[in-house]
Structure formats: structure tokens, C-alpha cells
Design a protein around this ligand. Sequence first.
Ligand code: ZEM
Length: 286
Amino acid sequence: MSKRGDFEAVRKDIAKLMHQPEYDDGSAGPVLVRLAWHSAGTYDADTDTGGSNGAGMRYEAEGGDPANAGLQHARVFLEPVKEKHSWITYADLWTLGGIVAIKEMGGPEIPWKGGRTDYVDDSKLPPRGRLPDGAQGSDHLRFIFYRMGFTDQEIVALSGAHNLGRCHSDRSGFEGAWVNNPTRFSNQYFRLLLSLQWRKKRLPNGVEQYVHYDEDSEAELMMLPTDIALTQDKSFRTWVELYARDKDRFFEDFSKVFSKLIELGIVRDEDGKVTNADNERGGYHA
Ligand code: ZEM
């Protein structure tokens, strides 16, 4: 148990659980990043519903969304941290988990503030279908991400998270990793998107993705149809090209946009205190 509000102590314990020799590529990092993203990426700016407040994935309505398949692994990784620092809310823990994982995998420092609530406000629950579908194209990406208030540039920067981790046929139906070293944060994803020949492949389960056989590593790399769409759409492509040649700019922009993502629907006063978290019921009160 740490002192209430000692987020440094929590960060340290999250960093310690990153190394998971038995899991995927030996790291809890990628799935932690995906948990943070899916916890926040249900936000709808018009109706002010969804977002990380409430940690709704603990419950079937959101946790059982097929889009969230596999994220129980991330929640299980974080459970000992929650047990040790029981004062932290799940909503804070899941977003902080993503931040710490990105840093531990060599990514940028991302501004993070606590104060999210675990109180589930039924009027703020997101319906299913708010998260993107990898089988679609650029219109769908805009439909999903404009709803959250993101621009084309921000959509491309966020997509750079596909430097990390992999697809699992038993979770999404897609299969494989985007890059050769999927536990190291870099701009490799953008470079490979532009430099390799991607051919469409239909998997035995009927799902279509793009693949490239890499001679050096003797591994097949993959891209989702939505990833390929970023190279085919004029406005998106400009940013793919920029991030492929300028890693620092990618890190800088990714840091900003990920920070924006995990603040969606969180309202703060000038001291940074969250004003729309019901702290009486499941919030963090220092
Ligand atoms: Zn992902 N993502 N994502 N993504 N994602 C997967 C895996 C990961 C899309 C998508 O359909 C998928 C963002 C955006 C988008 C990560 C981070 C972020 C998988 C594979 C799919 C199908 C899931 C599986 O089978 O386990 C689509 C269509 C997106 C629209 C642009 C954004 C934004 C992210 C963070 C900023 C990460 C880290 C993974 C790897 C997870 C893992 O378990 O290894």
C-alpha cells in the first residue's frame, strides 16, 4: 500500500510488470497500450458519452464488446498493482498503464494526470461499435476519430501505435505483427508502410489483411486494411511520409495526441482537479 495519491509508486510497480517471458513477445507493454486506448476511445464529443471515466470495461456491456477481446490480459497484469495501491481508480490505472508501457518500450514521455473516477454513470455509457474496425478504409477512420475530435494528422500519429504488439486470430481475426521488433516503440511502422510491397491475403478464417514476407527475419509482417488506407488517402499520406522520415516529430506528436486521447471527457479546473468525476462514488479523493 502506498500513500494515497503517490502515482510515482504506482508507475514503478507498473514498470516492474512489463517483462512477461511467457506472454506474447515477452512483454505486457503492447496490450497495456491497447487497454488504455480502448478505455478512452469510446468517447463521443457530441453527446459527451464514453471515455476513460468509469472504467466501464470491468462490466459485460463494455468488457464483452468483441472489439475488446483479449484486453482481460492487460487488466489481469495490472490487478496486483491495484491490490497494492488500492486507492487508485481503475480508470486512472488503465490510462497510466499505457503511458508507463510506452515509456518502458522506448517511446516518448506522455503527460498524464490522475483523478478519473470509477463511478459508472449510466447516462454516459457508450454503445458498442464506437471503436474502429480494421477491415475498413479511410472514411470509416474519419467517422470514428472525428467523433472523438481528432484531425487527420492526429489519426495518423495515433496509428503509429501499431509499431507495438500484434494481432491475434482468436481476438480480432487478424494475425501477426506489424514490425519485426514489436516491443520497441519507433517509427518503423510508417517506414514499412511506405517501403515494402504489401499484398492482400485471405486468412483461413476468411479475414483479409495485407502481408509482406521479410527475408531477413524470415517472418511475415502484416498491415490492416485501415493501415494501408493511410497510404492511399492523400491527406493521411502526407503525415505517414513525415513520420516515416522524422522520428522525433512522430514522438512529439504521438505524445501530444495520446495525452489528448486519455483526457477525452475528463473536465479539470485550473488546478488540474477533475470536476466531472463523482468522487463520492468511486473516485479518487486526496
Ligand atoms: Zn490498434 N489494433 N487499432 N490501435 N492496437 C490492434 C492491436 C493493437 C485498430 C485495430 O483494428 C487493431 C489504434 C488504432 C487502431 C494498438 C494500439 C492502437 C488489433 C489486433 C487490431 C485489429 C487485436 C488483437 O487481435 O489482439 C484500428 C482499426 C485502429 C484505427 C486506426 C490506436 C489509436 C492505438 C493506440 C494509440 C496496440 C498497442 C495493439 C497491439 C495489442 C497487442 O495485444 O499486442
